[in-house]
Design a protein. Structure first.
Length: 272
C-alpha cells in the first residue's frame, strides 16, 4: 500500500514538473513574439508615415521644376525638348519624374542619336544630347532629305538640290530589307569618299548630284552652259575622272549630254 502511494506521488510530481516546463516554454515564446510583433508594428507605422510624408514633400512646390538645362543642341530645338520635359514632370515634380520615359520621348526626335536625362535636386532637369551630324543630301521620291553617317534619314529639305557643303545623292533604295540597307550603307560610304576626293580637287561645288543607283557606274551630274551633263565615272578613280569630264564638258554643255570616263579614253555622247 505504501509503495502505491509513493508511486502516485512520483507520478504527480513528474506531471507537475512537465506542466511547469511547458508553461516556462510558453512564457518564453510569448516574451519573444509579443515584443517582436510590437516592433514590427512600430516599424511599419514609421515606414508608412515616412512614405506618405515623402510623397507629400515630393509632390510639393519644393520639387516643382524651375530650370531645364540643355547641352549639345544644334539642330534640335530647345523648345521641343523643354515641352517633353515639362510634360514628363507635370503633377509629379522633379523628384518623381519618370526620367526613362522622358529620355525615350526625346530619343524619338530625328536628330537625336543619344540622350542623357538626369535630375539636379531640388528643381532642375538636365538634358545632354548627342546629335546626329548630317553628312549629305539624299533624294527619296520627290523629296530631298538630310542623312547622317549611320544612314539615318533626317528631315526633308524643301526646294534644294544641294547646299554649301553637300550635293544630292540619287539612287537611294527606300525598301525595308536587309539587302537594301546593306546597299545603302555602301552607297553612303562611296558618297562620303567621293565628297572628300572632290573637295580635295576643289571640284565638289561643280557637282549638282551623284547618281548611285548602279554602284558599278557612279554618275556625277554637273552643270555647264546652263545644261546638265552626266559624267559616267565607273567604280574607281572618281577624282581624276571627274576632273577630266569637267575639262571635256567645259563650254559644251549645250552640245554634250553625257561623257563616259571608265574606259581607256572618254566617250562623248552628244545631244540630238
Amino acid at each position: 500500500m505504501a509503495r502505491r502511494k509513493t508511486t502516485r506521488k512520483r507520478r504527480t510530481a513528474t506531471t507537475v514538473r512537465r506542466q511547469a516546463r511547458r508553461k516556462r516554454g510558453s512564457d518564453k515564446l510569448i516574451n519573444f513574439f509579443v515584443p517582436l510583433f510590437l516592433l514590427v508594428c512600430i516599424v511599419s507605422c514609421l515606414a508608412a508615415v515616412l512614405f506618405y510624408g515623402f510623397r507629400s514633400v515630393a509632390a510639393s512646390s519644393f520639387f516643382e521644376i524651375e530650370e531645364i538645362e540643355t547641352s549639345g543642341l544644334k539642330n534640335v530645338s530647345r523648345e521641343s525638348v523643354a515641352k517633353i520635359v515639362r510634360s514628363g514632370v507635370a503633377g509629379k515634380g522633379v523628384w518623381e519624374a519618370d526620367l526613362e520615359e522622358i529620355q525615350k520621348e526625346i530619343g524619338r526626335i530625328d536628330y537625336v542619336r543619344h540622350v542623357s536625362v538626369s535630375r539636379v535636386l531640388p528643381q532642375t532637369i538636365r538634358i545632354i544630347v548627342d546629335e546626329r551630324k548630317p553628312v549629305g543630301l539624299v533624294r527619296i521620291g520627290a523629296k530631298t532629305h538630310r542623312v547622317d553617317g549611320d544612314g539615318k534619314i533626317l528631315e526633308a529639305v524643301a526646294g534644294r538640290t544641294r547646299d554649301s557643303d553637300h550635293f544630292v545623292m540619287l539612287g537611294w533604295n527606300s525598301e525595308m530589307s536587309d539587302e537594301a540597307e546593306a546597299a545603302n550603307k555602301k552607297r553612303l560610304s562611296i558618297y562620303m569618299d567621293v565628297q572628300k576626293q572632290w573637295q580635295r580637287f576643289e571640284l565638289a561645288k561643280r557637282v549638282i548630284a551623284v547618281d548611285m543607283e548602279n554602284l558599278r557606274d557612279i554618275k556625277a551630274i554637273i552643270s555647264d552652259s546652263g545644261e546638265s551633263v552626266v559624267l559616267s565615272l565607273g567604280s574607281e578613280d572618281f577624282g581624276t575622272r571627274l576632273k577630266e569630264g569637267i575639262k571635256h564638258a567645259a563650254g559644251n554643255g549645250r552640245k554634250i549630254s553625257r561623257i563616259i570616263l571608265d574606259g581607256a579614253s572618254p566617250v562623248i555622247v552628244y545631244r540630238d
